[in-house]
Design a protein around this ligand. Structure first.
Ligand code: 13P
Ligand code: SF4
Length: 314
């Protein structure tokens, strides 16, 4: 791309010309969030994808999110700035291994976190996101046997909140599992008035310290509406852009991260989410590629559990 090109203006022009909409997740870089038509958490983004009347969806997020948009709006063209934008949770649960695991639990239903492949969704009874997971699990009778995949941290959190004993698949988010409970505790000692807010993909020692636990939209709403003035934020650092915009008078600190006991710089950035850049966004809108393409039978089979989720969270 020529250096002289005004990416913001060109993106706006192409969007209009092609009747395209830009949907962005809160973990995208600030410039992408600022040009998006809609910014949201996974549930909000899938609701937007289902109802948009645009002809093309430019999905500034990761592959499983763009696939969910395609599954809900198969007649639309869905493009993703970088097709390599995956997710460690998705990678942790290959569909063939999961099918064998499911076969070992024939009397269980499957609730899957939306952070998984389209193939895994075809093996699922109902999908959930972090904002509706508790509600979806609670929609089943207490004695219903459930497999929850692929996030063991979110699953463990739901088990504790609901008093259930769901069987958990052994997956985790590579970003949220680096937040360090010990380091957050030390930071809290230095900032005694700071509230800790955490995403439920975080591990239990972190969640135990949290004053509020929620999806990205939940965390954003909480920090805006809370009378508190200072927050330690245990989720991907991209969300701080909206927090600072909405409440510039408040102080937001990214929760410290550690790997193998050592402090870890930039570990609160998701390497998948951060593959997307303004330049790649412009190119995918201009060239209409890389495009999400899924077999029709996968789309049909994966749509049922996603639509069931949308009905249950309406
Ligand atoms: P939500 O935005 O739905 O809370 O999801 C967080 C996340 O990790 C998405 O990859
Ligand atoms: Fe996946 Fe975690 Fe990145 Fe979200 S933040 S896309 S769950 S690796």
């Amino acid at each position: 791309v020529k250096e002289s090109i005004d990416l913001v203006a060109e993106i706006a022009r192409l969007k209009k010309e092609k009747n395209a909409v830009i949907l962005a997740h809160y973990y995208q870089v600030a410039e992408i969030q600022d040009i998006a038509d809609y910014i949201g958490d996974s549930l909000g983004l899938s609701q937007q994808a289902a109802k948009t009347d645009a002809e093309m969806i430019v999905f500034a997020g990761v592959r499983f999110m763009a696939e969910t948009a395609k599954i809900l709006s198969p007649q639309k063209k869905v493009v993703l700035p970088d097709m390599n934008a995956g997710c460690s949770l998705e990678e942790s649960a290959p569909a063939d291994e999961f099918a064998a695991f499911k076969a070992q639990h024939p009397d269980h239903i499957v609730i899957s976190y939306v952070n998984c492949s389209a193939a895994l969704k075809t093996l699922t009874d109902v999908v959930c996101t972090s904002s509706n997971a508790v509600k979806i699990v609670e929609s089943f009778p207490k004695d219903q046997k459930i497999i929850f995949a692929p996030d063991k941290n979110l699953g463990g959190y739901i088990n504790r909140v609901t008093g259930r004993d769901m069987v958990l698949w052994d997956g985790a988010c590579m970003v949220h599992e680096t937040f360090s409970g010990k380091m957050i505790q030390d930071l809290k000692a230095k900032h005694p008035n700071a509230q800790v807010v955490a995403h439920p993909e975080s591990e239990q020692p972190v969640l135990q310290l949290a004053d509020y636990i929620g999806s990205t939209t939940g965390l954003l709403k909480h920090v805006i509406n809370s009378p508190e003035k200072e927050f330690i934020v245990a989720t991907e650092s991209g969300i701080l852009h909206q927090m600072r915009k909405a409440a510039p008078e408040k102080k937001f600190i990214v929760a410290p991260t550690a790997k193998n006991g050592h402090a870890c710089i930039a570990c609160s950035d998701c390497p998948h989410m951060k593959l997307n850049t303004m330049e790649k966004l412009y190119l995918c809108l201009r060239d209409e590629t890389p495009e999400i393409v899924l077999p029709m039978d996968v789309i049909e089979a994966a749509r049922r559990p996603i639509e069931r989720m949308l009905e249950l969270s309406a």
